[in-house]
Design a protein around this ligand. Structure first.
Ligand SMILES: *Cc1c(COP(=O)(O)O)cnc(C)c1O
Length: 431
């Protein structure tokens, strides 16, 4: 019984990162609702601040409840460690602030979450970081956009809104050969459907707000490091850090160097930490993630097939359908199913399709009209008038979000009830 066993995903989602509390015996992960931690001695305090010993100092930097969440997600993503943040946007921003310096460039897929697009295009520009957006479906586009200033590649496992699947292995191989880390946003897949690190991605980010939490009640984010990128010639992680008594993070911490800097410098200085209560709720989400994702993809597949056969539907972008251009990549990267978030287009009839889209949404009852995905409940949105409204017309066109496009996040309800709800709305807009 003493041999080392490699536990399965479901075992890890329930146990990784936590043993019953030594003092109280508490089986559930306790919520350590505290800002700070008493030092054993002045010497111990000095060691903690110098990073000579790892321990709790202040909840902006670390917290025992949050640590369980971090260790659990790192285990599920096959990473060496993780850093939780206040939101998905904060996870992305922390990663970029840790890696990039003014004058650096990044190459990113153009099939991105709308908020990520504005973060990369506008906010990074303020910091003098230029991002080149490429059609991610051809590796030659990535290659052509890399310059000597490129310091990161960025893409999403399942791209919004086309349902495109990133060829992670190819992009990661290119990244590695050029000494550039590949960052993958794995939000839409969740670690249950895809583990980008297994295909060579160097850093994974998540909006834990979505499928990880899974119940639409908490905003949170997380960065997972593969520990496999060689940062020895990568200035921001290898060179002495002035704001940390010239510590060389990669030389000192090796495979933990990037995450240590992300925590001890970037999180310390930018402050986007997660609340312990939110970390607790995200842990609750992780404990059922395999069951929920199985059900999410089962419902999503049934609804995609229903829509695909519907006379009032022009197109369905779901990589699980055999007519999807991403079907083969989906078989490779997300064999259990390409998630539960996808878009479809209403048939452009004689009337105004923008009005038809609005009316369709108004006539749904079970699907909630809101700006989120990955809830246990089914959700719907019309991006051109909501999530993507800050984008100019040409940017909208580039992101592929026309006025006919409706996005669904399929929840866990009874399949036939969801189809009934959609059929009702189709019926209403036909008159
Ligand atoms: C929601 C989302 C984000 C941003 O996450 P927040 O938790 O809302 O800050 C980033 N990427 C993707 C794919 C998302 O769906």
């Amino acid at each position: 019984m003493s041999e080392k066993r490699e536990f399965g995903f479901e075992t890890k989602m329930l146990h990784a990162g936590h043993i019953p509390d030594a003092v109280t015996g508490s089986r559930a992960v306790p919520i350590y609702q505290t800002t700070s931690y008493v030092f054993d001695s002045p010497e111990k305090a000095a060691q903690l601040f110098e990073l000579k010993q790892y321990g709790n100092i202040y909840t902006r930097i670390n917290n025992p409840t949050t640590s369980v969440f971090e260790e659990r997600i790192a285990s599920l993503e096959n990473g060496t460690g993780a850093l939780a943040t206040a939101s998905g946007m904060a996870a992305q921003f922390n990663t970029m602030m840790t890696l990039l310096r003014p004058g650096d460039e990044m190459v990113a897929s153009s099939h991105l979450y709308g908020g990520t697009y504005t973060q990369l295009e506008h906010t990074l520009k303020q910091l003098s970081v230029k991002v080149h957006f490429v059609d991610p479906t051809d590796i030659k586009n990535w290659e052509a956009a890399i310059t000597p200033a490129t310091k990161a590649l960025y893409g999403e496992t399942i791209g919004n809104p086309k349902g495109s699947i990133l060829d992670i292995e190819k992009v990661a191989a290119l990244a590695t050969s050029r000494g550039i880390p590949l960052i993958v946003d794995n939000t839409f897949a969740s670690p249950y459907l895809c583990r980008p690190i297994d295909f060579g991605a160097h850093i994974v980010v998540h909006s834990a707000t979505k499928f990880i939490g899974g119940h639409g009640n908490s905003i949170g984010g997380v960065i997972v490091d593969s520990g496999k990128f060689d940062f020895s010639n990568y200035p921001s992680v290898a060179e002495p850090t002035a704001s940390y008594h010239n510590l060389k993070f990669y030389e000192t911490f090796g495979e933990y160097g990037f995450l240590m800097k992300a925590r001890a410098v970037t999180l310390r200085d930018t402050g986007g930490c997660i609340a312990p209560f939110n970390a607790f709720l995200l842990i609750q989400g992780l404990e059922t993630i395999s069951l929920r994702m199985e059900r999410h993809v089962q419902n999503a597949r049934a609804i995609a097939e229903f829509l695909n056969a519907h006379p009032q539907v022009d197109w369905v972008h779901y990589a699980g359908l055999s007519n999807s251009p991403y079907h083969d990549l989906a078989q490779k990267y997300v064999p259990k199913g390409p998630g539960a978030v996808f878009a479809f287009g209403l048939q452009k009839g004689s009337g105004d399709v923008r009005e038809a889209g609005k009316s369709f949404i108004e006539n749904l009852n079970l699907f909630s009209h809101l700006a989120n995905v990955g809830d246990a409940r089914s959700l719907v949105i019309h991006p051109a008038s909501t999530t993507h409204q800050q984008l100019s017309d040409s940017e909208l066109e580039k992101a592929g979000v026309g006025p006919e496009l409706i996005r669904l996040s399929v929840g866990l309800e009874t399949t036939e009830d969801l189809i009934w709800d959609l059929e009702n709305a189709f019926h209403k807009i036909a008159h």
